[in-house]
Design a protein around this ligand. Sequence first.
Ligand code: WTA
Length: 683
Amino acid sequence: MTLSRRTGLSWALLGRRRTSGPSQVRTRPTRYLSSSAPPPPGSWSSHLSRLPRQDLYRLSVTDPDRFWASAAADRLRWIEPFQRVQDCDLDRGRIRWFLGGKLNVSVNCLDIHVDAHPDRVALIWERDEPGTEVKVSYRELLDMTCRLANTLKTHGIQKGDRVAIYMPVSPLAVAAMLACARIGAVHTVVFAGFSSEALAGRIQDAQCRAVVTCNQAVRGGRLIQLKATVDAAVKSCPSVQHVFVSQRTEQPPVMGKLDVPLEEVMSSQPTVCPPEPLDSEDLLFLLYTSGSTGKPKGIVHTQAGYLLYASITHQLVFDHRDGDVFGCMADIGWITGHSYVVYGPLCNGATTVLFESTPVYPHPGRYWETVERLRINQFYAAPTALRLLLTHGDGWVRKYDRSSLRTLASVGEPINQEAWHWFHSVVGERRCPLVDTWWQTETGGVCIAPRPAEPGAPIIPAMAMRPFFGIQPVLMGQKGEALTGNSVGGPLCLRQPWPGMARSIYGDHQRFIDSYFRPYPGHYFTGDGAFRSEDGFYQITGRMDDVINVSGHRLGTAEIEDALDEHPAVPESAVIGTPHEIKGEVPFAFVVLKEDLSDDPSTVLQQLRQLVSTKIAKYAVPEHFLVVKRLPKTRSGKIMRRILRKVAMETGEDLGDVSTLDDPSVLQEILEVYQQHRKQRQE
Ligand code: WTA
């Protein structure tokens, strides 16, 4: 008996939409798979598709097992059906979904679509050079993935091995992710803007056996020496046995003894690679992200729950329909690229855009020219890019035909009113719903967004508004109690587990428990604050911890401080985030320099900029430095960043409660230096 039969639900609304229909796809299994039978033609399908959205939501939170079991049975192809929907204990950080089930993610993203429509375009690689896009069909992507998977296998990569992918978005990068998924290896994509030290730190933490990269990256007309960065990184990574190097440009890379020319080796590999049957809870990928303390953490996502959540949110939040071209501008180095460039769209058989360039190359009309040329239907971008583009005026938008657009969406940071209205009225001509989507690396997919909702339901500008199916937001009061009623604000938690949530921090499960489940027992703590409006809609107010958001990139201030403190002239430092018109936030560093310093302080500051750039990435370099004699500390020696934030925000003399300061005279000192710094900036 299939699960759909067992649960009695087969939901048209929750099933994947395909031209050929899910049942047809299922009854034509690929060679390797015993496919689950098609869902029964249940009366539920038609009944549920007519259900008001609120009723469906209510069902998803009152009977989550039934809801998710049906969605999983309908949307995913299983090699072996799961026996139990979930086994979760938030207090212990134990999260398991679809227990006993076996499947392969690459089969769900490729083979089933090749069976149904092999020539459909899976990827449109919008290369840096406009007008040179490359289209890759599902058939071609499956072939490429299998060749790459076989290449990994012949080089000894096995199920469970970690593979770092350090390359910008490209068909080969996507194939590398899917090749890992095919053989059960665990990928960890590292954003290609990270420095060699940051890359090395991630490779070491994950103990990667291989790295996939390319000779050079091309972005905004500039060449970036990726291979050289990998060479520097792997010197301190003894776990790495192979570096697979693809050729993005003509420039031949200098090949060392670890290096394998990727395309050359792939060309002699077969285009068939049997998919590894994987347990629902086997690891799919690690993605490193910043926390409020310590080094970046390797967020663990597993197979079935992640894929299901990415796919269902991709379809319903963005209103993706069969045949649409989905344009998510994110890089695959971030979770948005994982869930909404790769896994969600491909699982749904979509045509997904891989955007390699920048919003302003070769001119500020690049996004809209791309929308016109590729006929993009859903356009998903970061507020920082929109804020930048709106400074260039409406002419760059109006010049291009945007009639293909149906949904607009933003992610990564709060979207301000001005950017929201510009995006909605100028770009979308007021005809496209604009969805502000709130989520995190840890949540796997969108958790709060204006859609899905009843057709025509209002969207409040710059507000994430409604929880997705199965998501129950809770705002906490001062004593850790759940706030009831509306018009209240506080730390945002999620009460109930959902399939897409992270499972652990790689190698440090205790940190996982401490970061997310200890602050509010029985709840997942997001680190963000939120407000529930009079009408019960959610507005995200921003991080409540020491994580900042620079151009939509998440950064821990502690990471920057660690880099600064490595300089021999810096005994201590404190970094905070301050508002920036385009980037959202920028790091502001308060540094204490040694008293007996022989160098000129400006030389040291230059060295500090360089240090942050080499230890982390260019975007992490503080925009402002303030050299201070001392930092404000409590009697127990804790730096009071709250006060520094107030100084940098220029909230006048009102620095809040300073009674816990060890020595209040430090304040006057800092304010004086700040005033001088401000004067110099204005001059
Ligand atoms: C912030 C990105 C306001 C938030 C998908 C969160 C947002 C962090 C929004 C996660 C939004 C993301 N409105 N803030 N719509 N979306 N954030 O892990 O602070 O890179 O905790 O995931 O970005 O960043 P991450």
